[in-house]
Design a protein around this ligand. Sequence first.
Ligand code: ADP
Ligand code: MG
Length: 229
Amino acid sequence: MIHLKNVSKTYKNGVHALRNIDLQIEDGEFVYVIGPTGSGKSTLIKLLDGEEVPNEGQVIVNDINVGKLRHSRVPVYRRNIGVVFQDFRLLPKMTVFENIAFALEILAMGKIEIRRRVREVLDLVDLRDKAKAFPSELSGGQQQRATIGRAIANHPKVLIADEPTGNLDPEKSKEIVELLEKINEVENTTIVMVTHDSDLVNTYKKRTIALEEGCIVSDLMEGGYLKHD
Ligand SMILES: Nc1ncnc2c1ncn2[C@@H]1O[C@H](COP(=O)(O)OP(=O)(O)O)[C@@H](O)[C@H]1O
Ligand SMILES: [Mg+2]
């Protein structure tokens, strides 16, 4: 479960990125976070993955008080959540198979178990025939599917994605949302997806949390978002 209690984040330059955020996301939910540029979406993601700490309030993810984690504990914490960004960030000199396997090798998982899980993940993200390809040999959509595969390889309970479709055309964006839906269903992963694509949000309707100037301005279970920027 994700629980934000009265969270505020002000950067050193005085910008109030988030103000008094109260938010609860249950295990197994798939929610969108939407809002115009500068509304605080990425700041919310950075609080969830421990990259930033709140000035006020608490950020609790799977019973861990993320804002209070010691610096040295943050990498360990991150191994148990999946994170996906707009720019794909695959390791260029490794194949797709190796990129996904690498995420498991650092967990000291056995070789046979790693191969089994990587094949399972490749099936899930539909890249079995690209296992030996390098990132530069893949389309943008395929690269993003590979990064998603890498992010979920360790069965994280939570996958957070900051504009995962930001560099993709509408067709490929739909593919990514459908893949995230499948992961949500098959692996029961809680998914928090940031986007500013109101078409996407209105096509694949889900709980939608809208931010504006650092505040939650709506949180609708039935989804939908009226564009006003
Ligand atoms: N590291 C930072 N230092 C100072 N200000 C920042 C920093 N990161 C973001 N901001 C500011 O905080 C506000 C929210 O930014 P952000 O969370 O990136 O919004 P979004 O992802 O919705 O575009 C913006 O005004 C932005 O300029
Ligand atoms: Mg952002």
